[in-house]
Design a protein around this ligand. Structure first.
Ligand SMILES: NC(=O)c1ccc[n+]([C@@H]2O[C@H](COP(=O)([O-])OP(=O)(O)OC[C@H]3O[C@@H](n4cnc5c(N)ncnc54)[C@H](O)[C@@H]3O)[C@@H](O)[C@H]2O)c1
Length: 248
């Protein structure tokens, strides 16, 4: 991809499956990558791929502001922000005040807070690219998914508003909307619910025209594209990486 070499890339939820796959791809593209995550990097996963890791809870502005300053001091002003961090709370009308506070604090407030602080660095660089993570769940209703889907619809709204506000600063903002990606989260949730992994994989695969779940590296390719100069006239858009899930 064009224009990625030496770019400073910040990835929230960087220890998660999709964030980490994006980090690996951006390192291959010769970027300098910072992983942000609320989870501890116990296995030194950042170091293994040559990335830098900071522990931060993106829902807390004091922490976010401090980390943004540290990134600038240690690495330089950021060019790319990939917002993958999210909480997964699946409730319907039974959602409690606590459920709403927890999911909105990370998926919406947290995404906004880190963007607010990193955008200042992009302005210093004369431009940048922000990539927000929604989902097919940001387009359609799914049973008992109301809390999660509401945040994934909202992410697409944030993208479109920010694209307007930040265009004068040469900062592009886009959304990636994955279908079902075969990740640890999928395997863990099958185990937790006592479901047969192979059966569930078949069921999830059948929801996609390509009759399979996606792979994290296929989402990472879309991240690299939207971060690069190859997408220089794309802003405010939703990029479906969904194997045809929404085409049905
Ligand atoms: N995996 C899929 O099939 C799929 C499909 C569609 C969309 N998505 C979206 O892709 C994104 C990444 O999903 P994933 O499968 O990699 O999930 P994941 O759970 O593997 O990764 C999410 C990461 O975010 C981190 N995080 C949570 N709260 C945080 C906070 N307050 N501050 C900082 N970090 C925090 C977690 O510790 C975790 O490492 C999410 O936005 C999700 O909605 C995933």
């Amino acid at each position: 991809m064009r224009g990625l070499k030496n770019k400073i890339v910040v990835i929230t939820g960087g220890l998660g499956d999709l964030g980490y796959a994006a980090a690996q791809r951006m390192i291959e593209e010769e970027c300098k990558v910072v992983l942000l995550d609320v989870a501890a990097d116990e296995e030194n996963r950042a170091e293994k791929i040559g990335a830098v890791y900071f522990r931060v809870d993106i829902s807390k502005e004091e922490e976010v502001s401090t980390i943004a300053q540290q990134i600038k001091q240690q690495m330089g002003a950021a060019h790319v922000l990939v917002n993958t961090a999210a909480r997964f709370i699946f409730k319907s009308v039974d959602a409690t005040t606590e459920d709403w506070d927890n999911i909105l604090a990370v998926n919406i407030r947290g995404t906004s807070l880190i963007t607010k602080h990193i955008v200042e660095q992009m302005k210093e660089n004369g431009g940048g690219s922000i990539i927000n993570f929604s989902s097919v769940s940001g387009f359609v209703g799914q049973s008992n998914f109301a809390t999660y889907n509401a945040t994934k619809f909202a992410i697409r709204g944030l993208t479109k508003c920010w694209a307007q506000d930040l265009a004068p600063f040469n900062i592009r903002v886009n959304t990636i909307c994955p279908g079902y990606i075969y990740t640890r989260a999928f395997v863990n949730s099958c185990e937790k619910l006592g479901l047969d992994l192979e059966e569930e994989n078949k069921r999830a695969s059948a929801m996609h025209l390509l009759n399979r779940q996606g792979r994290p590296e296929e989402v990472a390719s879309a991240v690299a594209f939207l971060a690069s100069d190859d997408s220089s006239f794309i802003t405010g858009s939703d990029l479906l990486v969904d194997g045809g899930y929404l085409a049905k």
